[in-house]
Design a binder for this molecule. Structure first.
Ligand code: FE2
Length: 371
């Protein structure tokens, strides 16, 4: 509160102090600005005295106070209504200044106004604190979200990479298993890969569910995994097998099934492993399943397996030409194999893939034609 006359100032300070407010007073604008610098104020009251020998530009001071206390409520006390009107013509400055005619009868209004001003300023301050707190929380939250986002992205990437590595490792492990079978029986070299290739192309042509193709391919690849458990004397016997030897040889689907059942990632291929020697008419083994009771994957692998055996050289026989293989398959369809699948295999000439004479054809990809 500023006023050039100490008495009037004392009187008002007492009045405002009486309602519980902390009142600082100053008798000059310099003093008042200095006080404001050290002690921010909520409400600034200045007298405007223009018509005496000791004029005091209270409004000028209030305008100057904006720089020191930008949020304070500013009240100018003027001596007469005329003065208040005059002040209205002053150019608008930053910060609102409330004008109050400072007649003794208006003093109670000043007290009420200052009291309301204090309340308002406290509210403004509380609100500002709240906004500050909220914005801190929000920026913390945003930082956390960004951090979380980065962490999640990194983890997802790591997981994807690990999954890819695992998939590659799985494939390698499976191919390793297939190689283990072929290593035992060198005459079947390449057989597993070809059965997988024929099975895959037959499955695609027959409308096999797309999401099951990879499993089917693995199942075809590993259908003879049980041969690992067949004695070499039987597996590698150059001549025909006797009854006991055949019985032992026919154990390979169940042996393979037992191996696959112990490896979780091989569980989906168990039907192809166990049932690839079932026959359409129920005369196969080990479960004597018939027709569509035989798992579809096993029916597909059975055709691919039979075709590859006919279409490649074996120590005891020469490879048969494609047409002859197709004729045999067609003849035995409905007895040994799923007739609809045989129909697809034969009519679409799927056996033309991977035949032994395949490499001899003059392809563009580096294969040279044999003389
Ligand atoms: Fe087999």
């Amino acid at each position: 509160m500023t006023h050039p006359h100490v008495e009037a100032l004392g009187e008002l300070a007492e009045m405002l102090g009486g309602v519980g407010l902390v009142v600082e007073t100053a008798r000059s604008t310099v003093e008042a600005l200095n006080k404001l610098r050290s002690q921010p104020a909520h409400v600034i009251v200045a007298f405007q005295v223009s018509s005496t020998s000791n004029p005091f530009d209270g409004v000028g001071f209030l305008e100057a106070s904006v720089g020191h206390a930008p949020d304070a409520l500013r009240i100018a006390l003027v001596s007469s209504p005329d003065e208040a009107v005059e002040l209205d013509y002053r150019p608008a400055q930053s910060g609102t200044i409330i004008r109050l005619v400072a007649k003794p009868s208006e003093r109670s209004r000043l007290v009420a106004l200052v009291g309301e001003g204090m309340k308002l300023m406290n509210l403004v301050e509380e609100q500002r604190d709240l906004v500050r707190k909220l914005s801190i929380d929000q920026s913390k939250l945003q930082r956390r979200e960004t951090l979380l986002d980065v962490v999640v992205k990194e983890r997802t990437k790591e997981l994807e990479e690990s999954y890819e590595k695992l998939k590659i490792a799985n494939r390698q492990a499976l191919f390793g298993l297939a190689e283990a079978i072929e290593a035992k029986d060198p005459y079947t070299k390449g057989h597993c890969g070809r059965v997988a290739a024929y099975s895959l192309v037959l499955a695609k042509e027959a409308g096999y569910p797309t999401d099951g193709l990879e499993t089917l391919e693995f199942g075809a690849f590993l259908h003879d995994i049980g041969k690992i458990g067949i004695r070499d004397a039987v597996l590698l016997k150059p001549g025909p097998l006797d009854d006991n030897e055949w019985t032992h040889m026919r154990e390979h689907p169940v042996k393979g099934y037992d191996i696959a059942s112990k490896i979780e990632m091989l569980h989906p291929i168990m039907p192809a492993v166990r049932n690839h020697h079932e026959r359409w008419d129920g005369s196969g083994y080990p479960d004597k399943m018939r027709a569509e009771d035989i798992p579809l994957a096993a029916r597909i692998v059975a055709i691919a397996d039979a075709y590859d055996a006919m279409a490649t050289d074996r120590p005891y026989k020469k490879a048969l030409p494609l047409e002859e293989c197709e004729a045999i398959l067609s003849k035995t369809a409905g007895k040994m194999y799923d007739p609809e699948l045989i129909q697809v295999f034969v009519t679409r000439r799927l056996g033309a893939l991977y035949r032994d004479d395949y490499d001899a054809l003059p392809f563009d990809d580096g294969h040279a034609a044999l003389p």
